[in-house]
Design a protein around this ligand. Structure first.
Ligand SMILES: [Zn+2]
Length: 81
């Protein structure tokens, strides 16, 4: 087993909590989410990116729809983030 410490890794995006790191020696991407690390191929990153973008669009549509059909009281809209 090769030590992963010898591999050159470059952070492509994100911060310490959530980031994508490229190991150029393995040509593998590491998706770090908190304590979890997901090792994926560059192809998977493209798929994942598309999937996440679609999920965001759907989520926005669902949330907009529920805002319109829900109560129009301004106080009822809570921003979580
Ligand atoms: Zn590596």
């Amino acid at each position: 087993m090769n030590s992963t410490r010898q591999h050159k890794k470059v952070r492509l995006s994100g911060n310490d909590d959530c980031c994508v790191v490229l190991c150029s020696d393995c040509n593998v991407l590491e998706l770090n989410l908190g304590a979890s690390t997901l090792r994926i191929s560059p192809e998977s990153l493209h798929s994942l990116s598309t999937i996440l973008n679609n999920a965001k669009k759907k989520l926005d549509q669902i949330q907009n729809a529920s805002l319109l059909s829900g109560s129009l009281e301004s106080g009822s809209i809570k921003r979580v983030h």
